[in-house]
Design a binder for this molecule. Sequence first.
Ligand SMILES: Nc1ncnc2c1ncn2[C@@H]1O[C@H](COP(=O)(O)OP(=O)(O)OP(=O)(O)O)[C@@H](O)[C@H]1O
Ligand SMILES: [Mg+2]
Length: 150
Amino acid sequence: MLADAQATETFGASLAACLETPLLVFLRGELGAGKTTLCRGFLRGLGYDGLVRSPTYTLCETYRVGPVQCLHCDFYRLSHAEEIDYLGLREQFTADCVLLVEWPEIAAPVLPAPDIELTLRIVAGGRVVETRAGTGHGGGILAALHRELM
Ligand SMILES: Nc1ncnc2c1ncn2[C@@H]1O[C@H](COP(=O)(O)OP(=O)(O)OP(=O)(O)O)[C@@H](O)[C@H]1O
Ligand SMILES: [Mg+2]
């Protein structure tokens, strides 16, 4: 349970504390569920103190934070999976990279299976976040995250 936006940011920062690259994260949830807020907290947790904008119009924002390359994408406005190729995303997804994807539905066919899927639901009193591992690597990170949150 995430009682307010600050709690969503803190959850994102906790995930950052458990990061081992490369990592592919899918963020699911309806409009306004808190996906960008979680990514902002993730970047803050990594140590990024600049502005974190929603990539709704740019599709992808890139952040270099120390040794980590963070790509934050929002594919809500994407109409064809092939547009991913124009972004050169697969080429950019290297060993030091974490790729956070809002609205992964359209892009999923051309992306690898996500290490982690986070689903945010709007409920009375805030948001509920559900975690799911898609790979062994993601499972290890989620286990560390659950220990971190205990
Ligand atoms: N746990 C929470 N409780 C209440 N409000 C929250 C919570 N987490 C985030 N919010 C608020 O929800 C609003 C929408 O958040 P955000 O922009 O992160 O959603 P989003 O899922 O990225 O939406 P979109 O699909 O449009 O990109 C913001 O005003 C944010 O402060
Ligand atoms: Mg968003």
